[in-house]
Design a protein around this ligand. Structure first.
Ligand SMILES: Nc1ncnc2c1ncn2[C@@H]1O[C@H](COP(=O)(O)OP(=O)(O)OP(=O)(O)O)[C@@H](O)[C@H]1O
Length: 225
């Protein structure tokens, strides 16, 4: 599904290049549940953004479904963004003007899911995340953890083919974090490919592969099961 070869990402400063990613080679098969781990600042978010086609300013080759991302048409990328990828961002990126319900509904509208099916999917997620009473509130009226849950609900509502999750449980307490990881595991078993970035080793245990990063490089690639 994803083939990254010799990916470099750098920032030009006045006197030299500062590498954020250096020589990344990574193949991800459809159906994997992979965790990127490493201390803060090693480039996990940067790599997720490249994989998610949100950052095209890199060197090296990226093939998605065998096709070079550099040559992809905007329309095709936008189609992938809207209908096949689900994103969970560290900073949530909820839409401030939309309620909890409407935020979760957005990917379903893109995917042209019928009204009654949308209602049932959203009701199920609200119930699962204990957010039924909050459905008409706006993001600013929620705690950080609740906003994170809405971001997760939105990303998984449309059952994406590829789920990209940046520190998805960073603001949740441990029971909630476990529940989210369990949901990810089920999604993965139903066919969603997952790439998550996290500091939490216990989150990696739910996946099948652990990639350890240091200073913009992959130093370990471990199969977990
Ligand atoms: N646009 C940018 N300009 C300059 N430096 C950047 C830019 N984007 C990222 N960086 C730097 O690249 C490095 C990697 O950042 P990145 O957010 O990918 O790390 P991370 O491993 O996800 O960290 P965290 O776990 O804290 O989220 C950091 O040192 C960051 O300051």
């Amino acid at each position: 599904m994803i083939q990254l070869s010799n990916i470099d990402k750098f920032i030009e400063s006045r006197f030299h290049r500062v590498f954020i990613l250096k020589g990344i080679d990574l193949n991800i098969e459809q159906g994997e549940f992979l965790t990127l781990m490493g201390p803060s600042g090693v480039g996990k978010s940067t790599l997720l953004n490249i994989i998610g086609l949100l950052d095209e300013d890199f060197e090296g080759q990226y093939l998605f479904d065998g096709q070079s991302v550099n040559g992809m048409k905007e329309k095709q990328k936008s189609q992938l963004h809207k209908s096949e990828f689900g994103y969970i961002f560290q900073a949530y990126h909820l839409i401030d003007e939309l309620t909890v319900y409407e935020n979760i509904e957005t990917p379903l509208l893109y995917r042209k899911v019928s009204g009654s099916e949308r209602k049932s999917i959203i009701a199920d997620l609200l119930d699962r995340f204990n957010m039924v009473a909050k459905k008409d509130l706006f993001p600013e009226q929620l705690s950080g953890g609740q906003q994170q849950l809405v971001g997760i609900a939105r990303a998984i509502a449309g059952r994406p083919r590829l789920l990209l999750a940046d520190e998805p449980t960073g603001n949740l307490h441990s029971a909630q974090a476990k529940e989210i990881m369990q949901i990810f595991k089920e999604l993965n078993q139903e066919g969603t490919t997952i790439v998550q970035a996290t500091h939490a080793r216990e989150n990696a245990e739910y996946g099948n592969r652990l990639i350890e990063m240091v200073d913009g490089k992959i130093i370990n690639d471990i199969t977990l099961r």
